[in-house]
Design a protein around this ligand. Sequence first.
Ligand SMILES: Nc1ncnc2c1ncn2[C@@H]1O[C@H](COP(=O)(O)OP(=O)(O)OP(=O)(O)O)[C@@H](O)[C@H]1O
Ligand SMILES: [Mg+2]
Length: 121
Amino acid sequence: MRVVGEETPALGFARGVWMEGLVDTDVPREVADHVVAVLSEALANTTRHAQADRAQVVLTAGGHEVTLTVTDNGVGIPSGGRRSGLRNMAERAEPLGGHLDVSRPDGGGATLRWRVPLPVT
Ligand SMILES: Nc1ncnc2c1ncn2[C@@H]1O[C@H](COP(=O)(O)OP(=O)(O)OP(=O)(O)O)[C@@H](O)[C@H]1O
Ligand SMILES: [Mg+2]
């Protein structure tokens, strides 16, 4: 919530934020730190590149994985080209057995879905 709040003035509109599952208790500190960094970069990209007027953040913990999804209704991410922050997001997921998916939602814009498995308790 802090990261979302910090980024809101730069963009000029609020993001919808949804959280589901035992985010506070089931996500280990190390993974949570990655989630915060990935969210920060995703929102910075929305501000700088997307030309969006809506964005949504969904964080779920459950089914043995944590998923962070950031969607905007902007111009979309061009295929190919330079990858810096996006590469960093993928590199944060992969050593943990996770993955970053970049896609285009129906109606245009960009969807980032960052997933990593959670330890089985
Ligand atoms: N939400 C988005 N909407 C539209 N285009 C995007 C979005 N996110 C990224 N992009 C495009 O993808 C490119 C790569 O993004 P990436 O985060 O990897 O690099 P960057 O933001 O340009 O640089 P850095 O992350 O190092 O500040 C961007 O330059 C931009 O063209
Ligand atoms: Mg970036």
